[in-house]
Design a protein around this ligand. Structure first.
Ligand SMILES: CC(C)(COP(=O)(O)OP(=O)(O)OC[C@H]1O[C@@H](n2cnc3c(N)ncnc32)[C@H](O)[C@@H]1OP(=O)(O)O)[C@@H](O)C(=O)NCCC(=O)NCCS
Length: 145
């Protein structure tokens, strides 16, 4: 399994993975726009087949932000998510940031467990954050500078 930069040929697969992973979708056009805007965008590939992606950026001057991460259902628990997030944290760590933040759906305990393996901590809950009324758990990882 390798992690490499996203390129537009990956759009269809990234969109498929997003669709099987979330109820709400950014949509293919938004992925294209994020890519063109220059966000961090990586994919995990197994024998030439894209099995996961991560998108991240710098939200504020000192704060990185994980926009989205997902792995194809058929390839979960094999370490792809860990490779994608580790690479993102590695890149963001080079940029002199204080922390990396993200939001997780309150009902998504699997993702919370996943982030905890990287030592992300829970900051607070924002009720009704998502369109379906579910709250968001805000998590952060402090970066040692
Ligand atoms: C969260 C997600 C990206 C993890 O990807 P993954 O490739 O399956 O993760 P890994 O195999 O690297 O898992 C690393 C560790 O995280 C934890 N973890 C991962 N999935 C878990 C689950 N379903 N339940 C509990 N712990 C879990 C485990 O500690 C795991 O280690 P282990 O398999 O040795 O027990 C994947 O489950 C996913 O795509 N979910 C749907 C989309 C999503 O929720 N994204 C996050 C939105 S904020």
């Amino acid at each position: 399994m390798i992690v490499r930069k996203f390129n537009p040929n990956d759009l269809k697969r990234v969109y498929e993975i997003e669709n099987m992973s979330f109820n709400q979708s950014y949509g293919i056009k938004m992925f294209q726009q994020l890519y063109e805007a220059g966000v961090g965008f990586l994919v995990a590939e197994e024998e030439g087949y894209v099995i996961g992606y991560v998108i991240f950026w710098i939200k504020y001057e000192k704060q990185g932000h994980i926009i989205s991460i997902a792995v194809d259902k058929n390839y979960r628990r094999l370490g792809a998510g860990t490779k994608l997030l580790a690479k993102s944290i590695g890149i963001l760590s080079l940029l002199n940031l204080d922390k990396i933040c993200l939001e997780v759906k309150q009902t998504n305990s699997e993702a919370v467990e996943f982030y905890k393996t990287f030592d992300f901590k829970i900051n607070r809950v924002v009720p009704g954050y998502y369109e379906d009324g579910v709250g968001a758990i805000l998590m952060y990882l402090e970066l040692n500078r």
